[in-house]
Design a protein around this ligand. Structure first.
Ligand code: PLP
Length: 398
């Protein structure tokens, strides 16, 4: 961890974000969440990422066709693999058929890769779909979900919309999941623990051994959902995955997506591994896989085979990350110790003012506010995009 960031711990200590249970019906909560998410000037929905979400009303978003650096949604600028694109195009001509048989083949391929049986896999059009379906099934009769604050909020938002409650647990001082505090937060109504590793928006990872031991033990009482959307991009890659716990029969879910290292965010494929009875219970209500198109399935299968492409994405993203670290070091700006395709750093400026300035330079990034601090999250783009970002940052923050 950067020592400069350590010195700013006072900022973090100041925060004690208390999130009370919402005294609204699920419908009211949901419509309020949609109102909040549908930013005045945005044409798209956005998820709450943290408990300060209500304060965040960003300035007008630039027309994406005019931007010089698209560093806002943790996309992979190099994807999809040309082989995946070709497979997608070919499969369009089979579009009159339902895709169950090709989906089954993809599941078999993934089961082999993950060391689980096909019954341990549920597919979805992106992993958000699976996070949301899990939340719908687990929280349809209320209960609470424990997750880090800040973290990715798709699952939590739907759990709350269904009538569940969120029990947020602050990250530790070194930005890992506070596993002890999460365990202590379990009560009779806890239905699920959700852990994003690496975490979004902090980009930080939680110690593998500690997490493994925690999941191995605690999942005997409460199911644990590990969202590994960014795991392939870390130094150790999938060696740090919790997937072996699924193979061991534990009540653990592991979600993965083709949106990040595979560069297929717009093609929409994700999957989760889980205990077969747990997946059956979710499938009975929601049907996994139905929302994925045949061309998307073909593209995912081809992308899995294109190891050279995946490796080159990882290398280039790591280069962009190092470039960003060097830039921030030069500017004496601390940053979170990212191992993935985005970097989070504090900005000593109002978030909207920063966005207005950077949007003006045709660069799109995200801004967050938590722990009494405003943060910029910059996704790793091409080196050309990163240089535009560096120029902009040098002008905005002297
Ligand atoms: C932690 C995390 N999980 C899941 C997702 C959802 O990805 P997708 O629905 O594209 O698979 C994202 C997207 O950014 C993410 O950051």
């Amino acid at each position: 961890m950067k020592s400069t960031l350590n010195s700013r711990r006072e900022w973090f200590k100041k925060s004690a974000l208390a999130v009370g249970a919402l005294a609204f019906t699920p419908k009211e909560v949901w419509s309020a969440a949609v109102d909040e998410a549908q930013f005045k000037n945005h044409k798209f929905l956005n998820n709450a990422y943290n408990s300060d979400f209500k304060e965040y009303t960003p300035p007008k978003f630039p027309d994406l066709s005019t931007v010089k650096a698209r560093l806002v949604w943790n996309e992979n600028p190099y994807g999809p693999s040309p082989k995946a694109a070709e497979a997608f195009q070919k499969a369009v001509f089979e579009g009159n058929h339902y895709s169950w048989s090709t989906l089954g083949k993809l599941v078999d391929k993934l089961a082999k890769k993950e060391g689980v049986s096909p019954e341990n896999i549920m597919m979805g059009p992106g992993s958000s779909d699976l996070l949301e379906k899990t939340a719908m099934v687990y929280f349809k009769n209320g209960g609470n979900v424990i997750s880090a604050d800040p973290s990715y909020m798709s699952l939590v938002a739907v759990a709350k919309a269904c009538g569940g409650a969120w029990k947020p647990v602050k990250l530790t001082k070194d930005y890992q999941h506070d596993l002890d505090a999460m365990e202590a937060a379990i009560d009779a109504n806890t239905k699920l623990i959700y852990i994003t590793n690496p975490n979004n928006p902090t980009a930080t990872i939680t110690d593998t051994k500690k997490l493994y031991d925690f999941c191995d033990r605690v999942s005997d009482n409460v199911p644990i959902f590990i969202d590994e959307a960014y795991m392939d991009l870390t130094d150790n890659g999938l060696a740090d995955s919790m997937a072996p716990l699924v193979a061991k029969g534990k009540n653990v879910f592991v979600a993965r997506t083709f949106s990040k290292i595979h560069g297929m965010a717009g093609i929409r494929v994700g999957y989760m591994l889980g205990n077969k009875d747990a997946l059956k219970a979710i499938n009975e209500v929601t049907r996994g896989g139905m929302g994925i198109t045949g061309p998307s399935i073909a593209a995912a299968s081809a992308s899995l085979d294109d190891e050279t492409f995946l490796e080159s994405c990882k290398t280039k993203i790591a280069e962009a990350r190092q470039f960003t670290f060097d830039l921030l070091d030069k500017k004496n700006i601390p940053y979170m110790p990212s191992q993935t395709n985005f970097v989070l750093f504090p900005i000593a400026m109002d978030g909207n003012e920063f966005l207005e300035k950077i949007y003006d330079k045709k660069i799109v990034v995200r801004v967050f506010k938590f722990w009494d601090q405003t943060w910029c999250r910059v996704s790793m783009g091409t080196m050309k995009e990163m240089k535009y970002f560096a120029d902009a940052l040098n002008e905005i923050i002297a």
